[in-house]
Design a protein around this ligand. Sequence first.
Ligand code: NAD
Length: 480
Amino acid sequence: MKTSKILIHGDWIDSTSEEEIDVFNPSSGEVISKIPNCNEADVEKAVQSALIGFEAWKSTPAEKRAQIIHNAANLIRQHADHLASEVSKEMGKPLKSAKIEVINSAEIFDFFAEEGLRIKGDIYQYNYANEQVQVIKDPVGVVAGITAANYPIALLTWKLGAALATGCSFISKPDEHSTAVALSLGKLFLEAGLHKGIFNIISGNGVTGSLLVNHSRISKIAFTGSVAIGKKVAAMAAGTCKRVSLELGGQCPAIIMNGTDPEKIMEDFISQVFNNSGQHCYRINRAYIHSEVYDDFIRLLLERVSKLKIGKANEPDVDQGPLCHKTIFDQVMSHIEDANAKGARLLCGGHQIKSEPYTYFIEPTVFDRADHSMLIMREETFGPVLSIMKIDSLSEAIKYANDSMYGLAAFVYTPDAGLGLQAARQLESGVVWVNKIHKAYTFAPFGGFKQSGYGREKSSYGLDEYLEIKTVYLTLPTVE
Ligand code: NAD
């Protein structure tokens, strides 16, 4: 099996590293490819290329940049089936969900292509005839995007789209378990007309990632991953005063108040718990359910969960595939053990489904009688596990919801929209959905409070993360 190449300055080259990483198909346990674990020399080549790329790209007219980004979006749509099959094979995501991720990524590029045309500054009209003070925005420079395995194209797209629209050049270091789709995106951008050096791709694990974070010529790190690694990235980046944006984990609460019709919200709710086998930063981890609807809600929930179809990612109509890799599997199983040991009531699931060796399927699992001493309520459980507590008032639910070091997303269901809005205002969370879980739109910012990170992605706020603010004091000639 050949080791994959890396993309440096428009050419597909071999890494100089002698270390390789096996990439598995988590549905079958087979090794499907090998990637190089890129070393310092590879990183240096990527940075030098990106520095040259930056000089050309920052002075390319915004309209031209937009055209190339739109071209790439169109190519993504044309190649959506292939890209989705790469995501599905490496990540274990059912094909239909992988296709949605790919199509959403094309939408993000289209959005940023246009948003890049709307970057604007200010002029202060201070009243001196020969002076003007301008505030203009410059691209930050070379950006390195380090991304997680669970949404391998979407997470890259959120960063790459904003970087390219603002005139930055980019080095991608995708997660070592799901690199293929990033490499394919590189091919499509070359076909779309992107010049050499503007988008470089290297592969590898955290060691390669840390080489990027420590490099003095990289101006910004756009990171998505766990809280633990995010903290390390922020600490390393401080050594060179780099800009950093951190999209980290969540432990997202849902509040279901009295008067809510379980039937109306159940499809929404279950998808937000079990989608992507629960490997989803803003999934519902814990639910606080009002005592008046508790029994009806649980009855319907268990009935629907029992109908979820578990299977290999490429089987038709599969709702839930395997977990992506062993580290995630071990973490989820340790949370289940902890909940059992601390007295939570297991309502369904709780076990590994054994199929092929080296595959990590876990039954959809629901606990109630959970409390905040348990890992399932305190730490992010990155798998198909839901934990439930009974509550008697909205204020009690909000208190529990905010009792967390995380603050990525929260969900509220209540027939009283006013109370829903009050809850949204009090929840310590970057995003709150009230009564329906819409798709997270391209124009709306996404990101967390507290240890779920800082910075925002998507939207015009996401673009700002890639821009420096420059103040120009201009002295004008006197008109004689
Ligand atoms: P992870 O933190 O283990 O790895 C993420 C990336 O960091 C990978 O590319 C990895 O190679 C790299 N990395 C590891 N060590 C590094 C180091 N020392 N220096 C630099 N880079 C390093 O994350 P994971 O387990 O693959 O991803 C799951 C996590 O990501 C979950 O916590 C999830 O909630 C979070 N996530 C957050 C969002 C969001 O938008 N907030 C979106 C998706 C995933």
